[in-house]
Structure formats: C-alpha cells, structure tokens
Write a protein that binds this ligand. Structure first.
Ligand SMILES: [Zn+2]
Length: 550
C-alpha cells in the first residue's frame, strides 16, 4: 500500500502539472527527516521536503539543502491546519491560531456583511500572518435591513460586528416583508459577487424571524454561485430530535438546490444521526459535510434565544448553576444573575456546558468530518498581533487550543494520526476545493506542486494549554508553522512574518440576484393560481403590519 502511495506523493500526481525539482536544487527552505503525512494519498513515511517559491518542490529520501532548514527528526510534517469556523478574524486571533497550527482560517458561520466583503479582504492584504477568508453573512444582512444596523465602522470587522448588532432584536425575531427580504438576499448576493467563500447563516439564533422559505432562498443565492452555505442550524442547541431536524433543513435545501452545505458544530445531542445522513449523502455524490470541535461546552452571547429559561430550564431541563459559566469571572450564573446580565449586557460572552466530556474524543473518530474550532474573541478583540497573550481576557478554550486538544485527545485515545490530519486539514480543503475554490485545491496536501502551508510538530508533546479557567493560553509543541512557504512560527515562537493570502473566489462582474415574487413563483411552479396564498414569499410581520406597507 505504501509503495503506491509513495509514487503519488512523490511526483506522479495526475492532478498536478508540477514537475518535482531535482535534489540538487538550492531550495528556499528544507524540512529534513520528518514523518510526512498526506491525507489525500494516505502517504506516511520519513522524507525530506524541499520548498521553492512558496510551493512544495520535492519530497525525497535523498539529501537536500536550502537557504533555511527545519530539522523535523521525530516530528510530523503535515498540511497546515484549515478551519472553516474561526470567528476571531483579527491580528491577535490569527496569532493564537498560528500557535495552534492554523494556516487557513475562515468564518463560515457569522461571516461579514455583503457590502463589506471587498473592504474586509483589502484590510488584511499584506498585513496578515495566516490565510484569511470569510463567508457572506445572513445575520448581518438581517441586522442591516430589519434593525437599521449599518455602521461601516463595525460592519467592516465581519464576525466581531455581532457584538454590536446583537444588542438589537429584529435580526433575530422579525420576519421581513417582501421588500426587506429581497434586500437581505441582494446583500448576500453582493458578498458572493465580491468573492466570499460561501454563505454563513446563524439561523439557530433567528428561529422566530427566519421562515423556512427565507432559509431556502438564502441557500438559493449561494447555489447560483455553486458555493456552500454553512449554518448553525435551526434548533442548535436543542434535544436529539430538534438538532437533527435543524440539520435536515439545511441538508434538504442543499439537495433540492444542488448546492454544497456545511453542517456546523453538530457535536450535540443526536450527533450520530446527523453524521450518518451526511456520510450517506457524500456516498451519493453530494458535497455536504459536517464540522465538530472537541469540547463538551459551547460558547455564545448570553442573550441567545435557546438560553431563555422557557427553553433552557423548562424544555431542556438544565440549570444555569450547572451549565452557564462566565469565562471572565469564572463564576456560574443563577437565574437571577442571568436575567440581570441579559438586561444590562446582552452580548456578554458565556460558556455553556451541554454534552458529556467523554464524547469529545469520539467525535474525532468520525469519518470525513472537519474540525471547525468555533474560535471566539478574547478582549481586547482588536489587539495587535504581538499583544501579550497572558493579558488577553477570558474566552472559551477552543479559541486557542482546538487543534492541540484534537492531537492530545487523539494521543490519549489512540486515534490514528492520518485521521487527525484529515479532519484538521485535508477534509475541509477537499470539500471547499470541490466548490471551485482554487485556493483550497492546492492546499491541505503534502504533494509536489502544492502550496507550502505546512505544520511540523511533535506527536508526543504537541497539546492545548487553554482551559475553561484560562481560555487564551497558546498551544505548545509546534516545531514550525509554514504559511505560503514562509516560516511563521518556529519552536513555539511567533515571528514577524505576514505571508497570509486571501481565501477568496474571483470577484464577478455581474450580480446573480433575482428578486423573489409571487408572480414569478406562479409562473415557474404553477399552471395558474390566484396570488393570495402563503408559503411563496416571506410572511409579513403580523405584529407590525405598518412595516409591511411599501
Ligand atoms: Zn454556532
């Protein structure tokens, strides 16, 4: 088996036109004597890797040399880690990610408002250490056209904007009228036209406001570009039936539309069924995948709909005293302090315990999943890249340690390294590459011709250090993190190297938006019917009928 794989990894790769360079080449960088792991070809052997002009130029048993050397003896040499669920898209956020082996970070859930996609990318060009990408935001489009939250100063920050926009309520609870609904969809289309990696939806925070029709139409906007919609699905957090019903909505829409979809953090009640549906659909050729992260607790803002006492206590049978932790003060909430904080500081971040700790490692064994960290902010959110990490505010430990935790848990539970490298890098690259994203077709692999995003780490010691008490402590045991051929972390030290590239589709000349109307629906799906029916368009807000006059 290894013989076949060796050939594939060492230059016979049919997908690549790239010809491996001779061992006599003077490389820019060489990584010597490491255990090279390529999840796509299942290659796993000790080799030397030569890098030239930002690409993997040779993988060989011969001795090679270059201007710079990383001694990888006893270390794993694997594709740089890729995360489709990284909200902390700021200089210090990328710093924490890089210490944890993250070379490509995307926010596929909250995302960035459509009109701000282009400036979001421009703001990071040439000054960012990891590769960066963002989906266009469903929630922020609703905040703009329902709540009037349209401040350029916060919307430019993408996911961080939610700490501002979530202080209002319409984005979550109000059904748009037809005019607002079309404005929301058009805003999403704008972001895709500007090259966003896909559509991000937090429908689970907008259960009352987003009709099933709206969710379908949002995914349809993405489908016109062939891009994935990622979602915090409708009933997360919910029980083991509701959770799967939420995943089923996203998945069924995707199948009906022929569109890709990413079922986010399904490591919740009912996860085995969600996973089985995803795998069966993959076997039928659908580009649908799922994310997990290895923590029993989640994190969100305290005003999240599913944490209201009617749901959290009455329906889910939980107590704030056991489940809701303030990561800054390290104190658990009570019903009284919960109510007081929702009133005084509605977007305060909290940590919420929801699953048995013994499930954490089991999620890492699932076939074909991706590890999406759901890294959230730590204050000060907009700190510079070299801000002292021990001065950062409290946050969920997944922000700094998801990849270290994955490898530590894998070590403790004897999960094969090939599986861990697949879920940390290749699987996300594969599914995103299959949506046409060229950037991801040439990453997530250690093969000649691929872009040199590489991690070199000690399989015995690399680990997370972040905890629920202290969430922003960086991981350790990383020999080197290489971004686009540049050594950016060496021996657990982050260097002043800014080689990050945009993860983005080519901006398009024309929009693809098509406004929805009863008339066009009838013309397409009916042989003729009166226009007074419901279910074809967003339902008017019956609590505010005046908002429907347009
Ligand atoms: Zn989420």
């Amino acid at each position: 088996m290894l013989t076949n794989c060796n050939q594939s990894a060492e230059g016979d790769d049919k997908k690549s036109e790239y010809k491996a360079l001779p061992a006599s080449t003077e490389f820019d960088l060489v990584i010597l004597n490491g255990r090279v792991i390529d999840p796509e070809t299942a290659f796993d052997a000790v080799r030397n890797v030569g890098i030239l002009d930002g690409r993997i130029a040779l993988i060989t048993e011969e001795s090679i040399s270059g201007k710079e050397t990383v001694d990888a003896t006893g270390k794993i040499v694997a594709p740089g880690f890729i995360d489709t669920h990284f909200h902390f898209q700021t200089p210090i956020g990328y710093s924490l990610g890089l210490r944890d082996g993250l070379t490509s970070s995307m926010d596929f859930e909250m995302g960035c408002a459509g009109s701000y996609i282009a400036p979001w990318y421009e703001a990071r060009a040439g000054v960012t250490q990891a590769n960066y990408g963002v989906a266009v935001s469903h929630e922020l489009a609703r905040a703009m056209f329902i709540d009037g939250s349209d401040g350029a100063d916060y919307l430019i920050n993408g996911p961080i904007a939610a700490y501002t926009t979530r202080a209002k309520k319409g984005w979550s609870q109000t059904r748009p009228n037809l005019e607002q609904g079309n404005a929301i969809l058009q805003e999403i289309d704008k972001g895709l036209q500007s090259g966003a990696v896909g559509v991000g939806s937090t429908v689970g925070y907008m259960r009352a406001g987003v009709s099933s029709r709206e969710m379908f139409e949002v995914q349809k906007v993405g489908a016109r570009y062939g891009r994935a919609t990622g979602a915090h699905t409708r009933y997360t957090l919910g029980n083991d039936t509701e959770e799967n019903n939420g995943a089923q909505e996203l998945i069924a829409n995707a199948v009906a539309l022929g569109a890709p979809a990413n079922v986010e953090h399904f490591n919740n009640p009912g996860w085995r069924l969600a996973h089985e549906m995803i795998i069966r659909l993959q076997e039928q050729g659908h580009n649908i995948w799922g994310e997990i992260y290895p923590y029993a607790a989640g994190s969100t803002t305290i005003n999240a709909e599913f944490l209201r006492p009617e749901i959290w206590i009455d329906k889910m049978g939980k107590r704030y005293e056991d489940t809701m932790l303030d990561p800054v003060t390290n104190e658990y909430y009570t019903l009284e302090t919960y109510k007081a904080t929702v009133a005084s500081e509605p977007t305060r971040p909290i940590v919420i315990f929801k699953m048995p700790a013994d499930d954490e490692w089991k999620w890492l064994t699932l076939k074909g999943v991706t590890m999406g960290s759901d890294a959230v902010g730590a204050t000060p959110y907009l700190a510079p890249w070299d801000f002292p990490m021990d001065s950062l505010g409290g946050t969920h430990p997944r922000t700094a340690g998801s990849r270290g935790a994955t490898i530590r848990l894998g070590r403790e539970h004897k999960i094969p390294m090939m599986q861990l490298m697949s879920i940390l890098s290749y699987n996300a690259a594969k599914h995103l590459g299959d949506t046409g994203l060229k950037f991801m077709q040439e990453r997530g692999r250690i093969q000649t011709g691929m872009v040199a995003d590489i991690v070199v780490f000690d399989p015995e010691t690399f680990r997370d250090n972040s905890t629920y008490d202290k969430g922003a402590v960086p991981s350790t045991g990383m020999k080197a993190v290489i971004v686009n051929g540049q050594v950016t972390v060496r021996d657990d030290v982050l260097l002043p190297v800014f080689a990050g590239q945009p993860i983005r589709f080519e901006p398009q000349d024309k929009p693809r938006f098509e406004p929805i109307s009863v008339e066009s629906w009838n013309a397409t799906f009916s042989t003729g019917m009166p226009s007074d029916f419901s279910g074809g368009v967003p339902v008017p807000d019956l609590d505010h009928p005046e908002s429907d006059k347009h």
